[in-house]
Every structure is written in structure tokens, then in C-alpha cells.
Design a protein around this ligand. Structure first.
Ligand code: NAD
Length: 290
């Protein structure tokens, strides 16, 4: 049974993962490159737990117990007793490979390693470790404490035992697992991103305006957010990167990124995070930019 968990990367996903691990009763070590980053991660966890308390979803005592289960570190020696490490560092294969080398050197030989990568091959990442059978993908959704889904991705060498342990852990976190085989962008992004890309084509070809596309999909398909609004929320650079992963990984022209999406990214109009994407966010309410 997985009880002691180490999380690598205290960014927006990593601190959310540490949060849900701690709330579900696990002992958590959270590691990043320097103490300022782990402390910023913990400050975010504290803020999000406090929000859950104010909404009545958590008691003050549960919040304090969760915080008490989290230890901050910048040293992999703290992983020597971990049953599982969940890597959620920057989406860069070289960075991730270096982290796996550290984890393999410091963790028990029978412990498990998971990656929260959105786009890299679990099979390839696992092959770079000393334990491909004990390596797996755990793809959390953003924001982690709120979103119910975790995609579990089996690399070609991942053992049934590893899969069963990780699935049991996801259920203990009160999340819903879905199982995906290890092909580009897994399930959710494989389906979601081509839809967003098609929405950008619809805009590019003048079929509809930003507003008519988003209103059309909200009211016509019952989506809570329009596809262009959602693209701005995800980040247009991230959307483009995932389209490249699909296009390169599946060698099918149906995944070609829309030239208008490329243009927005070239302009630095990346969505909410830069204040401008398919909407302008600098005023009181978002205004379509086309
Ligand atoms: P982020 O930039 O918020 O956080 C990344 C963190 O990794 C930073 O705190 C950085 O300091 C740390 N880091 C970098 N190099 C490191 C190293 N060598 N050792 C330890 N820590 C290191 O990014 P994020 O959005 O949290 O993404 C993290 C992972 O989660 C990526 O693999 C990404 O693809 C994946 N992911 C992201 C989303 C999303 O919506 N943002 C959703 C699912 C999965």
C-alpha cells in the first residue's frame, strides 16, 4: 500500500498534487530546486485549503492535519523512505530524466515512480529509469484540488501490480481514474485539443466570430466554457505544443495546428496569463480580440 509519497516540483500542478495527497491521509515530502519555490508551493496549498474550509468542504482540524503531513525539502535524501514519487516538474524531457536519475539513486528499489507529464511518452521516460515496470503516468487535471479526473497511463513495460497500486491510490484521493494507453496526448487532450484547434480554424476561415463560436458551443453543445475561452484559460502556447505532439506523434495531417493559433503564440498573445488571447482581459470583463 502506498503511504509515503514524494512530489517533485512545487509549481501549480505539484502543489495541487501534494495538497490532495495530504488531505487523503498520506505523508508527503515536497521537493523543488530551491526553498523559495517549495515555500511558495506550501503557501498556495495553505491558501487553497483555507478556501475549502471557508466553503464548508473541510474542517479547520482537517486542514491543519493535512498541513502537518507535508514536509518541504530541496534534498532527494528525503525520498529514501518513499513508497511513490510523483514527478511534476517543468515539461522538459532533459529536466525530467535528471530527476529520475536522482529518484532511482535515492528511493528504495521496490518503490514506484509516476510522472504527471502532459505530453511525453511514459514508455520512453520509464525506459530511462532502473524500474520501467514500476514506472507509470498519473495525469492530474488543473486545478488539482477541484478536478475529479486522473488519467492513469500505462507504459508498455508498466506492471499490473504498479497499475493496481496507483489506481487504488487515486480512488483513496476521492478522484476518478480513467486508464489510457501510452499514445500521444493520452485521452482527454487527444480529444479536447483538436476541438479547440478546429474552433480556431472556424474563426480563421471566418465561419464565425469569437463570440458566436463560444456561444454556439456553450448553448449548442452544453459546454460550460466556449472552446476559445477555454484555449485562453489553458494557454495558447500549451495548446500549440499539444497540437505539435499530436501532429508529430501520429503523423496525421488532421492534427496540423491552425496558422492563426501559431500567429497568436508568435505575438505573445497566450491567453489569460498574458492578458490577451482570443479575449482581452485587461478591462473589467473579457472583450473578444477578433
Ligand atoms: P510549473 O511551471 O507551475 O511548475 C514546475 C515546477 O517544477 C517549478 O516550480 C520548477 O521550479 C520545478 N522544477 C523545474 N526543474 C526542476 C528540477 N530539476 N527539480 C525539481 N523541480 C524542478 O508547471 P506545472 O503547470 O505545474 O507543470 C508541471 C507538470 O505538470 C508538467 O509536466 C506539465 O506538463 C504537467 N501538467 C500540467 C497541467 C497544466 O494545466 N498546467 C496539467 C496536467 C499536467
Amino acid at each position: 500500500m502506498i503511504q509515503k509519497i514524494g512530489v517533485v516540483g512545487a509549481g501549480q500542478m505539484g502543489n495541487g498534487i501534494a495538497h490532495v495527497c495530504a488531505i487523503s491521509g498520506h505523508d508527503v515530502v515536497l521537493l523543488d530546486v530551491d526553498s523559495a519555490r517549495v515555500e511558495a508551493g506550501l503557501a498556495n496549498i495553505n491558501k487553497n485549503l483555507t478556501r475549502q474550509v471557508s466553503k464548508g468542504k473541510l474542517s479547520e482540524a482537517d486542514k491543519n492535519a493535512a498541513l502537518a503531513r507535508i514536509t518541504l525539502t530541496t534534498d532527494y535524501a528525503a525520498f529514501k523512505d518513499r513508497d511513490l514519487a510523483i514527478e511534476s516538474a517543468t515539461e522538459n524531457e532533459q529536466i525530467k530524466r535528471k530527476i529520475f536519475t536522482e529518484l532511482c539513486a535515492n528511493m528504495p528499489a521496490d518503490s514506484l515512480i509516476a510522472s504527471n507529464t502532459s505530453s511525453l511518452s511514459i514508455t520512453r521516460l520509464g525506459a530511462a529509469t532502473d524500474r520501467p515496470g514500476k514506472f507509470i503516468g498519473m495525469h492530474f487535471m488543473n486545478p488539482v484540488p477541484v478536478m475529479q479526473l486522473v488519467e492513469i497511463i500505462r507504459g508498455i513495460a508498466t506492471s499490473e501490480e504498479t497499475y493496481d497500486s496507483v489506481r487504488a491510490l487515486v480512488l483513496k484521493m476521492i478522484k476518478i481514474p480513467v486508464t489510457a494507453e501510452d499514445f500521444p496526448a493520452f485521452i482527454v487532450n487527444r480529444i479536447l485539443l483538436p476541438m479547440i484547434n478546429e474552433a480556431v480554424y472556424t474563426l480563421y476561415e471566418g465561419v464565425g466570430s469569437v463570440e458566436s463560436i463560444d456561444t454556439g458551443m456553450k448553448l449548442g453543445a452544453n459546454h460550460p466554457m466556449g472552446p476559445l475561452e477555454l484555449a485562453d484559460f489553458i494557454g495558447l502556447d500549451t495548446c500549440l505544443a499539444i497540437m505539435h505532439v499530436l501532429y508529430d506523434g501520429l503523423s496525421d495531417s488532421k492534427y496540423r495546428p491552425c496558422p492563426l493559433l501559431v500567429k497568436y503564440v508568435e505575438a505573445g498573445w497566450l491567453g489569460r496569463k498574458t492578458g490577451r488571447g482570443f479575449y482581452d482581459y485587461t478591462g473589467e470583463k473579457p472583450v473578444p480580440t477578433r
